[in-house]
Design a binder for this molecule. Structure first.
Ligand SMILES: NC(=O)c1ccc[n+]([C@@H]2O[C@H](COP(=O)([O-])OP(=O)(O)OC[C@H]3O[C@@H](n4cnc5c(N)ncnc54)[C@H](OP(=O)(O)O)[C@@H]3O)[C@@H](O)[C@H]2O)c1
Length: 251
């Protein structure tokens, strides 16, 4: 699946929501999904970045995306319920969700983790995904019932499977995401909704640059290099794959 070759119409007619769609891996995934026929809902906190992603999609002649500007740090359950209701009204289906937005926070010794930053990372990386999943799930299940399948992808990290010194709250938040994926995948067995995580591995983005400022980014894979796996898990060729962590860059 790392060298998966998607048919150009793999996602035709599908409606897919991507969080953190204004930058990095999320931007690339949104554009790639649109290029394969999907209608995108672009979620993120910086309107101008979402508009830039939308313009890139429009330039491809792909279906025009919807933009939802939302700060996952301050958004409430009611906000997510509102999004779900709007999607149901406008599209009547939701075939896929890529939970990709995330914060790295400060890398520091455990004893120096500040409570305020812990709360912010847990809110953005974990609780917002829990609340949004709860809100969107009825429409995702309905879509799987009516159209055969649907896909939920969370974004993990190597430090979400094996803790590492100084990666504190970020690592702990990714362990939580792995747990959420496994619980949900088990609950949704036989519903047609598959639930998995992707661990992108070191990828040339702003987040990676802030974690490893001395590294030469030209030695890293780009978000575009990872897209075969992102396409495979979003499209129907991955039916039946659920409850798993997919590593985009195995050692
Ligand atoms: N790059 C890597 O090497 C790597 C490795 C392992 C895992 N990952 C994971 O991959 C995912 C994508 O990371 P990336 O490298 O593409 O990072 P990135 O370039 O920093 O992009 C992160 C995205 O999340 C959005 N975001 C952050 N806080 C938000 C908030 N409060 N509300 C709404 N949106 C918010 C950002 O929006 P703004 O741009 O508007 O701030 C941005 O679009 C993350 O979950 C990350 O943990 C990355």
């Amino acid at each position: 699946m790392l060298d998966y070759q998607a048919h150009q119409t793999l996602l035709a007619g599908k409606v897919i929501l991507v969080t953190g769609a204004g930058d990095g891996i999320g931007r690339e995934a949104a554009i790639t999904y649109a290029a394969h026929g999907a209608t995108l809902i672009l979620v993120g906190r910086t309107q101008s970045k979402l508009e830039a992603t939308s313009a890139a999609i429009e330039a491809l002649g792909a279906p025009l995306p919807a933009i939802v500007t939302l700060d996952l740090h301050s958004a409430s359950a009611a906000d997510y319920q509102g999004i779900a209701a709007a999607l149901e009204r406008q599209f009547g289906r939701l075939d896929g969700v890529l939970f990709n937005a995330g914060l790295l926070g400060t890398l520091c010794p455990f004893e120096q983790i500040r409570e305020r930053e812990w709360d912010e990372l847990m809110q953005v990386n974990v609780k917002s995904e829990f609340l949004m999943t709860q809100a969107l799930l009825p429409l995702v299940r309905l879509t799987a019932r009516q159209h055969g399948d649907a896909s939920i992808i969370y974004t993990s990290s190597s430090v979400g499977r094996k803790g590492r010194a100084y990666w504190g709250t970020y690592a702990i938040s990714k362990f939580a995401i792995e747990g959420m994926m496994e619980v949900l995948a088990d609950e949704l067995e036989n519903t047609g909704v598959r639930v998995n995580t992707i661990n992108p591995g070191g990828t040339r983005t702003k987040m990676r640059a802030s974690a490893f400022p001395a590294e030469d980014p030209m030695n890293l894979k780009t978000p575009a290099d990872l897209m075969p796996l992102y396409l495979y898990l979003m499209g129907s060729d991955s039916r039946g794959q659920t409850g798993k962590t997919f590593v985009a860059q195995p050692k």
